[in-house]
Design a protein around this ligand. Structure first.
Ligand code: HEC
Length: 177
């Protein structure tokens, strides 16, 4: 019994410490925990497990699937669907830890999507009512957006950002409203 309580206490302490937070900026720098050098970039709305808060910086763990076509990219699925982050030089791992600036994190998932939510409705509702992300699967949004890119006059960066938003909120996306 005593042993069980000790194990439970350790489990709860661990659990209370790791907190899920979300990137609250179009993109944020990922830094190496040892060298503190910028090694890549992570995109808005991506969920991270905060292991330690250390003033301006937070040590975070990110899990995902390394893309088959680009080993520096980690996404929700391999294809890649819904990109989490990209490294500059090193090949990525399915689970890794980085430093990010604490001010670029929020504990509220919907807050992290607020800005692109507005941009989406601005960009995609001038000709027809904006289509709700939940109307389609993640894979379908990629094709639709490609077809709409010239209509909406958006560059590839803007297209990729809107695609991440649509895939996150898609029928099979990660955001549960
Ligand atoms: C300049 C006008 C215009 C803009 C801007 C525009 N669309 Fe469209 N969209 C259309 C037209 C016209 C159709 C129907 C004809 C077609 O499918 O090509 C359409 C069809 C669609 C469909 C298919 C509906 C269906 O069920 O077949 C989707 C999804 C869609 N748009 C999404 C978007 C998204 C996302 C954006 C923003 C990136 C966007 N549209 C911006 C004109 C526009």
């Amino acid at each position: 019994m005593k042993k069980f309580i000790v194990i439970l206490a350790i489990f709860l302490a661990d659990f209370a410490f790791a907190q899920t937070m979300y990137i609250n900026n179009i993109k944020a720098d990922l830094m190496d925990p040892q060298t503190k050098k910028v090694v890549g970039e992570i995109y808005e709305g991506t969920s991270v497990e905060v292991l330690k808060k250390d003033g301006d910086m937070s040590l975070v763990q990110i899990s995902g699937a390394v893309s088959d076509t680009n080993k520096k990219v980690v996404a929700l699925k391999k294809d890649p669907f819904f990109v989490f982050y990209k490294l500059n030089d090193k090949d990525a791992q399915s689970k890794d830890t980085f430093l990010v600036k604490t001010k670029e994190l929020t504990d509220d998932e919907l807050t992290s999507w607020e800005e692109i939510d507005l941009t989406y409705y601005d960009t995609c509702s001038s000709c027809h009512a904006a289509h709700k992300p939940k109307e389609h699967l993640m894979s379908e949004w990629e094709a639709y957006l490609l077809a709409m890119q010239t209509f909406a006059k958006i560059n590839d960066k803007e297209k990729d950002r809107i695609l991440r938003y649509l895939q996150a909120f898609a029928k099979d996306g990660v955001v549960k409203e």
